[in-house]
Design a protein around this ligand. Structure first.
Ligand code: UDP
Length: 307
């Protein structure tokens, strides 16, 4: 296959590039480097099957030659990033998705959208199945990401229904691993960086809110299976092991051997109180389930941050 990955220099995009190159596919990574980083794809530079195009996908996308798949992963994705770049976040989810769909249609390629558990907002149903419509505040600080991704899903389904395009939508739940940015503001990189530096670990609110953390290699395997399936509607990929943020902070403190104290800070606006994927669909239809334990995954991530 010849595959275009938008956001190809980002955390997930670069892991996807590694994965598909290892399977001998050809990969074109496209990124405007707003939150992506060239160092994520540095070691792919010499690979003749790999190329990089610096481009903002909210502008018309030009790619020479055939494409078999377009994986649309371009977007700021951490709450701190998308509150810093609210308008680029809305634009890449809306205009960027439109451009990437148009390209996929032109090339007769499968289109895969990186969607998110944020489409469920602050959920009133736990765990969240794909059939749940969500509880999103459209005008809150998270709305720029949540609504952009909800629009992107609507646009993707419209191209499927109106243009008969083959589409895949992965709803990605909290994912962690090497190549997360130290300063992206998310819980895992914050806690690891703070624990390693012996600085206070900042838990927002009372830390009773829950998240379910999926290691990046499990996510990538799930996305590969989804791409090769015939499911044109959203599929949750995530790890159903649900923990409180305080439990996650304590686990990271233990695994790093840190003596950092835990500092409680104000809870951000509209912070979801619970989040856990119902992965029944991925399990039944893709034969996928996560395999990496939280201890293993966090240890690998801590190693990366140490270096
Ligand atoms: N969080 C925290 N301390 C931090 C960063 C995040 O307690 O230094 C909390 C945040 O309020 C949220 C959870 O950890 O409840 C996960 O936040 P993250 O930014 O990783 O992603 P989200 O799941 O909110 O998109």
């Amino acid at each position: 296959m010849r595959i275009l990955i938008t956001g190809g220099a980002g955390f997930l995009g670069s892991h996807l590039a590694d994965h598909f190159l290892a399977q001998k596919h050809e990969v074109i990574a496209m990124d405007n480097l707003l939150t992506g980083r060239l160092e994520n794809i540095e070691k792919l530079k010499g690979n003749p099957q790999f190329s990089f195009i610096r481009h903002d996908v909210t502008q018309y996308i030009e790619v020479d030659g055939a494409l078999d798949a377009v994986l649309h992963f371009a977007s700021p994705a951490s709450p701190v990033d998308y509150s810093q770049f609210p308008i680029p976040t809305l634009k890449v989810g809306a205009l960027g998705t439109h451009k990437a769909l148009g390209l996929a249609k032109d090339k007769k390629a499968v289109f895969l959208l990186a969607s998110t558990s944020e489409v469920y907002g602050d959920p009133e149903v736990n765990p969240q199945p794909e059939s749940y419509w969500g509880n999103v505040n459209p005008i809150g600080p998270r709305g720029v990401y949540d609504e952009a991704k909800r629009f992107a899903e609507a646009m993707t389904m419209a191209y499927h229904r109106y243009h008969n395009m083959q589409v895949r939508i992965v709803r990605i739940f909290n994912t962690y691993g090497p190549r997360m940015r130290k300063n992206d503001g998310r819980a895992v990189p914050n806690f690891i960086t703070q624990a390693l530096a012996g600085e206070p670990i900042t838990v927002y609110g009372k830390g009773g809110q829950t998240r379910s953390l999926c290691f990046v290699s499990d996510l990538i395997r799930g996305i590969d299976k989804l791409l090769h399936s015939d499911i044109n509607s959203p599929v949750n990929i995530g790890n159903p092991q649900e923990l409180t943020i305080l439990e996650i902070a304590e686990m990271i403190r233990k695994l790093t051997g840190s003596k950092s104290r835990i500092d409680f800070r104000p809870l951000p606006v509209d912070d979801p109180r619970v989040r856990r994927p119902d992965i029944g669909l991925a399990q039944d239809k893709l034969g996928w389930h996560p395999e990496v334990s939280l201890e293993d995954g966090l240890s690998q991530t801590i190693e990366y941050f140490r270096k």
